[in-house]
Design a protein around this ligand. Sequence first.
Ligand code: ZN
Length: 163
Amino acid sequence: MKICSKCNQEKEEDQFKFKDKTHTTRRNICRDCTNEYERQRRQKVKGTKCELHIVLNMEEKKMLQEKAKSCNKDMHGYVRDMLLKSKVVRIKENNRSYDSLTEKVFQNTAELNAIGININQIAHVLNTYGNEGLTKFARSLTDHMKELIRKQKELEREISKWQ
Ligand SMILES: [Zn+2]
């Protein structure tokens, strides 16, 4: 039997936790008192206030003030609600600028393809009727176009992942 130095009650040895992992000596405070102490400490940590700082320019601050005012809140309450209760969503549909971007990329690919075919034909003609310098130049243009098309397709794939 052992007396707890906190509640002064006499309790069985096993009612006192070991001091460390070697399991040689036991604490002087009983399990119940230790648990209660730890519960209170957890509660204290939970309630501890912390601050977050955000940097806005004056215009943004004014915007925030107006938004808060329109909701009948002060800035602090408004920001708190926004952070804790609102949800951040990724916009997938009905986004005009996104749609027009995708469309542009597809148009560009089509144009690049058409130009690429033209250059290829020029290279073929030059090759047949002979002009080494121009043939090489046309070939390098073709390669460049192919590279552009490849990059463009990559961009398309990237964009389609967001759909
Ligand atoms: Zn105790």
